[in-house]
Design a protein around this ligand. Structure first.
Ligand SMILES: Nc1nc2c(ncn2[C@@H]2O[C@H](COP(=O)(O)OP(=O)(O)OP(=O)(O)O)[C@@H](O)[C@H]2O)c(=O)[nH]1
Ligand SMILES: [Mg+2]
Length: 460
């Protein structure tokens, strides 16, 4: 990634494909002059065209070399610093097809703009102080949100909730540091006494509070993987379809119908749940089925939660037992399917996975499916409700930084209590300040920026 800020970058900001409109976006000092060269407003154009910032103007994109009309568009100029990147920007709203977008972009690049890297617009917003790092990451979380609850959490972070709390904690540590530094630098002067213990204790409590809700927040953002496993024909694919409320997987009475691993995302009370339907596990000589069975085993290993499906209308088989043995030790729910038929298995008489909750249901009628969703939610959240106040940590990077900052604050408290010299205490406090600064971006390496912004889409 290049960190040049003084050139003008451009990219297609809308997704590839057909749509009502598509947008080519520019950011940088030449945005307006490039727009002037290629855009001919329907009225009052020419090189002196002076668009009113933030107002759309109707007209045409014209190739200045050939005079050929490229597309009929709306164009807008956005004047620095009141823009996303805090630079001059322009947008050209073309017809939403791949060719008009590509031709307009090519023309913009021919006028001297450089093709933007992924996330480079947001990187500029960050480097120009429009957003801090946690807010910049929230932009991507908003785009990628898979549930409304996830979107809400991302919007809160974008609005600066998390940043404010982190800044507050960081400022408190900085105040303590300033006091200790004064003691070290001017030992003979009268530095007013300050009890740093309660101040650091408050910071530590605050960080602990944030951490206590982090796993919940990370769930909202990242979701969980749930693998549906069981021997052939017990109704795994029927259950997937039921959970999705549409027929995604092929269901037949032939054992071995599903031969590959299927993935779909569900919303279980705000948590994105990726459900994986697998091939029924059994010994088989069929090459394709055997590969499917291997993948099922891998799906168990990768899942956060396993649904072990049994056919309640039949006695347990050695295959059921063998599969249960593979699931042993992992978070799991035992699903007794086909309760619309006369049943032989009940939640009480199934000895497999004794620790796991049991849910009886019928994938055929839908009876009991809500209880399964309930059980999934309970298991992944520990049953507690989503916090509605205070900032929510949704990002493992932030969680790790807070954990480390907390350790340093705790270590500083220990050192201070032990009566060691002040500069021993300040080492840890400096480290805590730096860790907190990594969240909002005060202390940040180029590698970290690269890692964060390269995950963005081009044009964002
Ligand atoms: N009566 C009844 N039949 C069901 C139920 N769930 C599934 N079935 C039937 O059981 C058969 C197998 O269903 P599938 O969903 O294909 O089973 P599977 O576990 O995915 O099977 P494989 O892909 O072969 O491993 C089909 O004939 C379904 O209609 C149920 O709740 N009640
Ligand atoms: Mg199946």
């Amino acid at each position: 990634m290049r960190y040049a800020l003084d050139d003008t970058i451009a990219a297609i900001a809308t997704p590839v494909g057909e749509g009502g409109i598509g947008i080519v976006r520019l950011s940088g000092p030449d945005s307006l002059s490039i727009l002037r060269r290629i855009f001919r407003p329907a009225r009052g154009g020419g090189p002196d065209w002076n668009p009113r910032p933030r107002f759309l103007t109707y007209g045409h994109v014209v190739d200045p070399q050939t005079g050929q009309v490229i597309d009929e568009v709306l164009a807008v100029y956005l004047r620095a610093p009141f823009t996303y990147t805090r630079q001059d920007m322009a947008e050209i709203h073309t017809h939403g097809g791949f060719v008009p977008l590509r031709v307009v972009l090519t023309l913009v690049l021919a006028q001297g703009a450089r093709l933007a890297e992924p996330g480079e617009m947001t990187l500029r917003a960050f480097l120009n102080g429009r957003l801090d790092l946690a807010q910049a990451e929230a932009v991507l979380d908003v785009v990628r949100a898979r549930t409304e609850a996830g979107l809400q959490a991302a919007l809160q972070q974008l609005g600066g909730h998390l940043s404010n709390e982190i800044q507050e904690a960081r400022q408190r540590v900085l105040n303590v540091l300033a006091h200790l530094t004064a003691l070290i630098d001017f030992p003979e002067d009268d530095v007013p006494p300050q009890d740093i213990v309660p101040e650091l204790e408050q910071v530590a409590r605050h960080l602990e509070d944030l951490l206590s809700r982090a796993d919940r927040g990370i769930l909202l953002r990242e979701g969980v993987r749930v693998a549906i496993v069981g021997r052939p024909n017990v109704g795994k694919s029927s259950l997937l379809n039921r959970l999705l409320r549409h027929d995604r997987a092929i269901v037949t009475e032939i054992p071995g119908t599903t031969r590959d691993v299927l993935e779909e995302t569900l919303n279980v009370r705000g948590i994105p749940v990726v459900v994986v339907d697998t091939a029924g596990i059994r010994h088989t000589d069929d090459v394709v089925e055997r590969i499917g069975v291997e993948r099922s085993r891998a799906a168990i290993a990768q899942a956060d939660l396993v649904l072990l499906v049994l056919d309640a209308s039949q006695e347990l088989t050695s295959e059921d037992e063998a599969i249960a043995a593979q699931v042993e030790g992992r978070p799991a729910i035992v699903v007794l399917n086909k309760t619309d038929l006369p049943t032989r298995l009940t939640p009480e008489n199934v000895p497999l996975l004794p620790e796991a909750p049991r849910v009886s249901l019928s994938a055929a009628t839908g009876e009991g499916v809500e209880q399964l969703e309930e059980a999934i939610f309970e298991l992944v959240t520990g049953g507690t409700v989503m916090p509605t106040h205070g900032a929510l940590i949704t990002n493992p990077r932030h969680k790790a930084a807070i954990q480390q900052a907390l350790q340093h604050v705790r270590a500083a408290q220990e050192t201070y209590r032990a009566g060691l010299p002040a500069d021993f205490v300040t080492v840890d406090l400096h480290a805590a300040v730096n860790r907190l600064g990594e969240i909002t971006g005060e202390t940040v390496t180029e590698d970290l920026l690269e890692a964060i912004f390269s995950r963005f889409c081009i044009g964002k």
